[in-house]
Design a protein around this ligand. Structure first.
Ligand code: DAH
Length: 335
């Protein structure tokens, strides 16, 4: 039944694409939604169906009919408008195209660099289950790390992902080992907003799993990425950190390019800004992804893409990035 309904609509779309005159559209209309049309027949057949089938198909058929009628009126309108519009070539049309958002620009840059190193770009859902966002990443329900990543819990039992690390599990499940992926994407946290915190921001995740992978490989990749993005050898410092999904874990900070390391609100007066979380993939995470931790090791990293864009373009307030302020976005015009 569903297939039949889809087919009728597809046929209508095809017929509408062929016609160019109002009268022809009216013919198509009579044929497809008129009294003797197939969809009308289906509607009539509802009365002989069981209560269950009525429930199941009633709204599908009705909605499809409405959609078909709408397609027909859109086509009619477009033909009627055509008659009235004349082309005025004296008008100065503003054909300027828009610009890429600074976060998109750095996302492209980082993925390009990683692609050259053999990483595959993947993406995961922004609405995620607790399992992929936390549990499979070695963050059980009562783990204190959940406090630091409070987020928006949805009424359907899902949440808005707090990190792109969910991609680690999806990738291991989908591709197994060996693995080399990166995953840029939007992430969310229940944050108090200030110059350095937003409830919506971007990260890029990276994960490499193979035989004999070590911290050296991770350092090399990070150094390459940051130096290429900033077109200079940037000053980085590595601190021991804690992430439940890596062991050992590291925080990689970069000298703040906004204040030149002197201290400003963006770097909380420390002269450094936290840019990358990283470490060696925890055996429990490999296990959750179905990978034998005796045979394989891996490293993972999460780079704050929003932070990266702020550093690269010396943007001192994170809130401007989601503001949609055209005056500000225009600076990144590619024309
Ligand atoms: N997901 C972490 C965060 O949002 C960042 C991170 C840390 C990602 C360590 C990683 C990692 O892949 O290994 O704070």
């Amino acid at each position: 039944m569903e297939e039949k309904i889809i087919k009728i609509k597809e046929e209508l779309v095809l017929e509408l694409s062929k016609v160019t005159k109002e009268a022809e559209v009216l013919n198509v209309k009579a044929l497809y939604v008129g009294k003797k049309s197939e969809i009308q027949g289906l509607l009539a057949s509802l009365k002989d169906m069981s209560v269950q089938d009525k429930k199941k198909y009633g709204s599908v058929i009705n909605n499809t009919k409405k959609e078909m009628e709408e397609l027909i009126s859109i086509k009619l309108e477009s033909l009627q408008n055509k008659v009235n519009v004349s082309f005025d070539d004296t008008t100065d049309y503003n054909l300027k195209s828009g610009s890429l958002h600074p976060v998109t620009i750095v996302a492209h840059e980082v993925t390009d660099i990683l692609k050259r190193m053999g990483f595959t770009v993947v993406s995961g859902p922004e609405m995620e289950s607790e399992y992929y966002n936390f549990e499979a990443l070695n963050v059980p329900k009562d783990h204190p790390a959940r406090d630091m990543q409070d987020t928006y819990y949805l009424s359907n039992g899902m949440l808005l992902r707090t990190q792109t690390s969910d991609n680690q599990i999806h990738a291991m499940e989908n591709y197994g080992a060996p693995l080399r992926i990166c995953a840029p994407g939007r992430t969310f946290r229940n944050e108090d907003l200030d110059a350095n915190h937003e409830n919506t921001f971007f990260q890029i995740e990276g994960m490499v799993i193979d035989k004999g992978v070590s911290i050296e490989n991770l350092l090399y990749v990070m150094q390459q990425v940051l130096s290429e993005v900033f077109h200079q050898q940037v000053k980085v410092r590595l601190r021991p950190g804690f992430f439940p999904f890596t062991e050992p874990s590291y925080e990689m900070d970069m000298s703040c390019l906004i204040c030149g390391g002197k201290g400003c609100p963006t770097c909380k007066n420390s002269g450094y800004i936290e840019m990358v979380g990283s470490g060696m993939v925890h055996p429990n995470v490999l296990k959750a992804g179905g990978i034998d931790s005796e045979e394989y090791t891996g490293f993972a990293f999460g780079i704050g893409l929003t932070r990266l864009a702020m550093m690269k373009y010396k943007i001192n307030d994170i809130r401007v990035l989601n503001s949609g302020d055209i005056r500000y976005l225009k600076q990144f015009d590619v024309d």
